[in-house]
Design a protein around this ligand. Structure first.
Ligand code: RNT
Ligand code: ZN
Length: 418
């Protein structure tokens, strides 16, 4: 049956429970997802100075990894051509594009080093999000913004300030606000003797970074907490409580990464509380398998639950980004699968009779609520999704994979192993 016919039939089925599929698709196409550049090269960046560090790890060595700005941009284009809608790209400071590839220290970075990225985004109508890079650097081997060494701490404070300038430049060039997210790996492998001093130093470092004047409508500063990292299992300076309080006091965005909490904690559950006290919240959607493993985002319960909260609380109040890095499979497919799954989860949430279910809860009709929630799982979302892909002129179902296979054969395989 043609896609349109299947869609028309699905439309009727949803209409029966009071769900408008047209409205759902309209809203879905208005939700930008920030696609992280670092899935394209296993978080390597272009400095070629050191290995990944900071307690995070990309595993696998699937051939064809992007090694240059041109290759990474080409790969991002390939991925974006298979994802419906208009999105944003998410960059790290370690992806600066310098003159002849010369090394520029992180405390010397300037907007000019990101001119090519700004042009790339502008040509494609994409917004840009940005992250200072506080890892994979010799000065990050022990600590960064919480360092007891004043010279090291100043270096990283200066990096943060420079990144605010770059974020502002991105916002000006693209005409779209830039979310600048600060994440640092600082912590201890074993039980600390003093939990307060490093946090006090981090607090002071953030105060200093944020003391520079910048346009708060253009740069939305976010701070990302974590529970632990590899080799940093016992204590993380930038914990959830630290940043939640810092963000509330200083009117910044709290960024919740669903790999950064204890395994049975639900980030979906946190969103409503955050939004009762802040105008907006930022997310890194990932898939933690037993630990903060950063697997590709699936169309699974956790992602759907997060999507429901985004839709129910207002998608314009959530800054949505993905954060995973799988080097064991085709990296472009990883992007496409993760992005499309996030969109499917959002569509799933948009196709729920949310008002009706809230009333059932209010009336404490829990049997009916459970029944309905379960029946809704087998409603024809796939027919709406295929139609959404069709009207957005991207391949439907698994059809996009042929293109990734062609690209792998004709482009990736000629890059050699890096
Ligand atoms: C690390 C954080 C952080 C990074 C990226 C590369 O645990 O999740 O967001 O993944 O900045
Ligand atoms: Zn993250």
């Amino acid at each position: 049956m043609p896609t349109e016919e299947r869609y028309e039939s699905a439309k009727k089925i949803y209409a029966k429970i009071g769900v408008d599929t047209e409205q759902a698709m309209k809203e879905l196409s208005r939700i930008p997802i920030s696609m992280h550049c670092w899935q394209g090269d296993d978080v390597s960046g272009f400095e070629h100075a050191g290995a990944l560090s900071g307690g995070i790890q990309a595993t696998g060595n699937y051939p064809g990894k992007a090694g240059t700005p041109e290759e990474l941009m080409e790969d991002m284009d390939e991925a974006l051509s298979l994802i419906p809608g208009i999105h944003k790209i998410n960059l790290h400071a370690s992806y600066a594009i310098t003159e002849n590839g010369e090394f520029v220290e992180r405390d010397k970075l300037e907007p000019g080093h990101f001119r090519k990225w700004a042009a790339f985004a502008k040509e494609r109508n994409l917004g840009i999000d940005f992250n200072p890079t506080y890892f994979a650097h010799e000065k990050a081997s022990s600590a960064t913004l919480s360092s007891e060494d004043n010279e090291i701490r100043s270096f990283w404070i200066e990096h943060g300030k420079r990144c605010i300038r770059i974020a502002e430049y991105f916002a000006e060039e693209s005409g779209i606000p830039c979310c600048m997210n600060i994440w640092i790996p600082d912590g201890f492998k074993d039980i600390p003797a003093d939990r307060t001093a490093p946090r006090a130093r981090l607090k002071d470092s953030l105060d200093q970074i944020l003391s520079i004047p910048y346009d708060k409508n253009k740069v939305l500063v976010a701070i990302e907490s974590k529970v632990f990292g590899i080799g940093l299992e016992s204590y993380t300076v930038g914990s959830h409580e630290f940043y939640m309080n810092y963000a509330a006091r200083n009117n910044l965005l709290c960024l919740l990464d669903n790999g950064h909490y204890h395994p049975t904690e639900s980030v979906a559950d946190k969103i409503s509380s955050m939004l009762l006290f802040s105008e907006k919240v930022a997310l890194h959607v990932t898939r933690p398998v037993r630990w903060d493993s950063d697997h590709v985002v699936l169309f699974d319960d956790e992602t759907r639950e997060i999507a429901k909260e985004i839709i129910r609380n207002g998608s314009d109040r959530v800054l949505l980004a993905l954060d995973f890095f799988d080097a064991s499979i085709n990296r472009i497919a990883a992007w496409v699968i993760g992005m499309r799954n996030m969109q499917k989860a959002l569509l799933y949430a948009l196709l729920l009779p949310n008002q009706k279910m809230a009333v059932l809860q209010k009336e404490r009709k829990f049997t009916e609520l459970m029944m309905l929630q379960e029946e809704l799982k087998t409603y024809p979302i796939g027919d709406v999704w295929d139609y959404f892909c069709e009207i957005n002129r991207v391949p439907k179902k698994e059809d996009w994979f042929q293109e990734v296979q062609r690209y792998e054969k004709e482009v990736l395989c000629h890059r050699g192993r890096k």
